[in-house]
Design a protein around this ligand. Structure first.
Ligand SMILES: CC(C)(COP(=O)(O)OP(=O)(O)OC[C@H]1O[C@@H](n2cnc3c(N)ncnc32)[C@H](O)[C@@H]1OP(=O)(O)O)[C@@H](O)C(=O)NCCC(=O)NCCS
Length: 341
C-alpha cells in the first residue's frame, strides 16, 4: 500500500462511514469488505444472500460486515417507492414508454439491479457512500447515481478526476506531492459552463481527498492569448464563468501545461499569474486531453494514478475498473468515505 493510500485510510478511519458494496457476487468485493472490516476504517454493507456469500467465500472472515438481502429486507418496498417517485414522468429511451408504470415495476427493477438498490439506500441516508463497478460497466454503474442521487448543491455535472501521486523520490515540479486531473473519464466534450463546474468539483475533491489548497489551471494549447481558436475561447470562457461561481478559489487560464506547472516557463508566459508555475488542479478542455494526460503522467512521469474518482454527485458513488484488485476496492472505499464527510 502506498503512503498516500495509507494517509487516506487513516483520515477515513476518523469518520466511521458506512459504504455499500452491491456486488457481493464478486469475490474481490467480498475480500475487500473483509479487509476494510479487519482494518476498521469504515463500516461495510454487502448486498446479497448471506449463505451464498459465505459458501462462495469460505476463507473470508465476515465479522463486522453487514449483509443485506434485498429479496427479504424490510426497506425494499420503501426503496421501490422512492425509485418510482424519483423517476415519475421519465420515458425509457428504448421503449418510448414510462420508465416505471407501477411501484411493482420499480421493485422488480431494483431486485434485478443491486447498484440501483445501493443508490437508493444512499439516497435514503441508510449508507454514506457506494462503490461498485467491479463486474459492471461504467455506464451501468453510474446511471443509477445519475438518475436518483443527482448532482450536489452548487454542482451542475458529474465528472471524474484522478489523484496523480508523485513518485517516492519526488518530482521537481510537483510541490504538493500530487495533482488532481479532470475530467479524465466521463464527459466527452464539456461546454465552457460544464468545464467551470468540473473545476469547482475538482477543487472540492482536492480539499476533501488530499487536503491541499487548490491552485487551479484551465489547460489549453494557448497561454494568455498566445493562440486564437474556438477551442481556446471555450477554455477562457470556462475560466471567466469559474471566477463568477467560485471567486474564493485561486484559479487561472488559459494556460499551457508547462506554463501551469513549470515556474520558469510561467515567468515568461504568464508573469502576473499567482497560479501559473504552481498549479496543482489541472482542468483539461475535453476527455481526449484529460484521459491522455493522466496516462502520460502515469506512464512517462512515474506517477501513481488513483481513480477515476467521481465528483459532483450529491452523495458519493465511485466506479471501479472491471480489472480492479481487492486492494483497489479497499482504497476506493476509503476515498468514498472521505467524500462523504
Ligand atoms: C455517464 C453515462 C453513463 C450516462 O449514460 P446514459 O444513461 O446513456 O445517459 P443519459 O443521457 O440517458 O442520462 C441519464 C441521466 O443522467 C444524467 N446525466 C448524464 N450525464 C450526466 C453528467 N455528466 N452529470 C450529471 N448528470 C448526467 C442525465 O441528465 C439523465 O438524467 P434524467 O434521466 O434524470 O433526465 C454515459 O455518458 C457514459 O457511459 N459516459 C462515458 C463513460 C465512459 O465510458 N468512461 C470511460 C472512458 S474514459
Amino acid at each position: 500500500m502506498t503512503k498516500v493510500v495509507q494517509n487516506i485510510i487513516e483520515r477515513a478511519a476518523k469518520l466511521n462511514k458506512n459504504i455499500v458494496l452491491p456486488e457481493a457476487e464478486d469475490s474481490r468485493v467480498v475480500i475487500a469488505a473483509c479487509e476494510v472490516a479487519r482494518q476498521g476504517f469504515a463500516r461495510i454493507t454487502l448486498l446479497g444472500n448471506e449463505e451464498q456469500i459465505k459458501a462462495q467465500n469460505p476463507d473470508c472472515n465476515l465479522n463486522g460486515v453487514v449483509i443485506i438481502n434485498p429479496e427479504t429486507y424490510e426497506n425494499t418496498n420503501l426503496y421501490a417507492q422512492m425509485l418510482f417517485d424519483a423517476r415519475q414522468g421519465k420515458i425509457n429511451k428504448k421503449t418510448g414508454q414510462p420508465e416505471f408504470a407501477t411501484v411493482e415495476a420499480a421493485k422488480a427493477n431494483i431486485l434485478g439491479d443491486y447498484t440501483m438498490y445501493g443508490a437508493l439506500m444512499l439516497k435514503a441516508g441508510h449508507v454514506d457512500g457506494m462503490v461498485s463497478g467491479a463486474c459492471h460497466s461504467t455506464a451501468n454503474t453510474l446511471r443509477p447515481g445519475l438518475q436518483v442521487i443527482k448532482t450536489g448543491a452548487g454542482e451542475k455535472i458529474v465528472s471524474a478526476c484522478f489523484l496523480m501521486v508523485a513518485p517516492e523520490q519526488g518530482n521537481q515540479y510537483c510541490e504538493d506531492g500530487c495533482y488532481i486531473y479532470a475530467d479524465c473519464a466521463l464527459n466527452q466534450n464539456p461546454t465552457a459552463e460544464e468545464l467551470a463546474y468540473i473545476a469547482l468539483s475538482s477543487a472540492r475533491s482536492a480539499q476533501s481527498i488530499t487536503c491541499i489548497t487548490p491552485r487551479i489551471a484551465f489547460i489549453s494549447h494557448s497561454s494568455k492569448g498566445s493562440a486564437k481558436h474556438n477551442d481556446v475561447t471555450k477554455v477562457t470562457e470556462a475560466f471567466n464563468i469559474f471566477k463568477q461561481i467560485a471567486p474564493e478559489y485561486n484559479a487561472d487560464g488559459e494556460l499551457q501545461f508547462d506554463a501551469a506547472i513549470v515556474p520558469s516557463v510561467a515567468k515568461s508566459k504568464a508573469p502576473n499569474s499567482t497560479v501559473a508555475g504552481h498549479a496543482n488542479v489541472l482542468i483539461f478542455p475535453d476527455l481526449d486531453a484529460g484521459n491522455t494526460n493522466y496516462k502520460n503522467t502515469e506512464r512517462l512521469g512515474g506517477f501513481q494514478a488513483v481513480g477515476p474518482i467521481c465528483q459532483g454527485f450529491a452523495k458519493p458513488i465511485n466506479d471501479l475498473s472491471r480489472g480492479c484488485s481487492s486492494e483497489d476496492i479497499v482504497a476506493t472505499v476509503a476515498i468514498t468515505a472521505l467524500q462523504a464527510q
